[in-house]
Design a protein around this ligand. Structure first.
Ligand code: SP5
Ligand code: ZN
Length: 363
């Protein structure tokens, strides 16, 4: 009897070391650290989980989700930065943007692509907190392989699988990255499930932040539902400008986006009630497969969010997600309180183990 779903792992996810993030003009210590992955791995092993090594996958699905030009930028910019001798010039070996080519800056002018490496950064990265270093691409690409290996397990008949990914992905859009995310693992999982034959896929995002990247990727798609609960951007929280309740999708995707923004300090009861509303929409959508964007930064102790959810809240959420009774790929997103990360994640995953499944099955 497996107490947890298979846990897909790659050592390469450790290679991204953000070192710092520039926030309100100050270099602060990064919170999306490699230790997050080892803490998660060790907690899964201690809970009786089994690690499955990630296998290499080609770029086909990745290139459906992301603009190939973004992939080309991300895979080469660390080398360009090193070759640009910025480290020697300014003592800074991480790629940080400084000019952002916003719509307002250009105002319709026929802009040229910037030549300088430090100017190119602002074309692709939309904040100052998501730095690129020597191992960033290797880790982000490995997280995609971890994700696609978890998808393979579910396509192969496993009822669920957990992709232990970092860096996280749900803030990465088709052609931009930010919010500690580079490649959108959850969007890759949903697209891979579609490609493998699931006609309808639901992404349920329980990370404390709105997954603007995933929402953007599927905004006009009727075949992928995006359902998220998160701290209210209207109360001043990242990603600040999207994630409002009136965002429902557009064109053929009208009605296939559902957002539940929550007030700071919401706590278990309000958070679980919002999850229940999302799951109602998921049930109605009748997906063939589910992707869970599994961030646990809604935890009370988390430095990046004020939602005050307890381990009990996460356990309940896991039970309710498992009760959807659909093949499920769980993809890790946020969670930055290292002393809560493992327990809260295992609390969700346990509901997807044989015991959790068995408890729901009366057949
Ligand atoms: C995947 C995910 O959970 N991304 C979170 C991105 C939110 N980042 C917002 C950062 C706001 C400032 N944080 C201050 C901490 C400084 N180190
Ligand atoms: Zn988050």
């Amino acid at each position: 009897m497996a107490p947890l779903p298979p846990v897909v792992w790659s050592d390469a996810v450790l290679r991204h070391e953000p070192k710092g993030e520039v926030w309100v003009g100050v270099m602060t210590p990064g919170t999306e650290v490699p230790d997050r992955a080892t803490v998660l791995r060790d907690a899964c092993l201690a809970a009786g989980g089994t690690l499955v090594g990630a296998t290499a996958h080609d770029d086909d699905v990745l290139r459906t989700v992301h603009d190939p030009a973004l992939l080309s930028y991300l895979s080469t910019v660390a080398d360009d930065w090193a070759a640009g001798e910025y480290d020697a010039l300014v003592g800074q070996d991480r790629v940080v943007p400084y000019v952002f080519m916003t719509e307002g800056m250009l105002d319709g002018l026929p802009a040229h692509a910037p030549v300088a490496t430090h100017a190119r950064a602002g074309v692709w990265c939309y904040d100052t907190m998501t730095l690129v270093g020597p191992g960033t691409w290797e880790a982000a690409r490995a997280a995609v392989d971890v994700t696609l290996t978890a998808v393979d397990l579910v396509i192969g008949g496993a009822s669920s699988a957990y992709a232990l990914t970092r860096p996280p992905g749900h803030h990465a859009t088709r052609r931009a990255f930010g919010g500690s995310c580079y490649l959108n693992n959850a969007a890759v999982a949903a697209q891979a499930l579609r490609t493998a034959g699931s006609a309808r896929v639901a992404v349920v995002d329980i990370d404390a932040h709105h997954g603007n990247g995933t929402q953007a990727v599927f905004w006009e798609r009727p075949d992928v539902l995006y359902a998220s609960l998160h701290v209210d951007p209207g109360a001043g929280w990242f990603p600040h400008v999207v994630g409002y309740a009136d965002e429902r999708g557009s064109g053929p995707g009208a009605g296939s986006t559902v957002n539940e923004p929550l007030a700071p300090g919401t706590g278990d009861e309000g958070w679980l009630a919002a999850l229940e509303r999302l799951l109602g929409a998921v049930d109605e959508f009748a997906p063939d497969a589910v992707v869970v964007s599994l961030g646990v930064d809604a935890a009370g102790a988390d430095p990046e969010s004020p939602l005050d959810v307890t381990a009990d809240g996460f356990r309940h959420a896991g039970e309710r997600l498992a009760a959807l009774g659909r093949p499920t790929v769980l993809v890790h997103e946020g969670g930055y309180a290292l002393d809560r990360l493992g327990a809260d994640t295992v609390a969700v995953l346990s509901a997807f183990g044989d015991a959790g499944r068995g408890a729901q099955s009366t057949e």
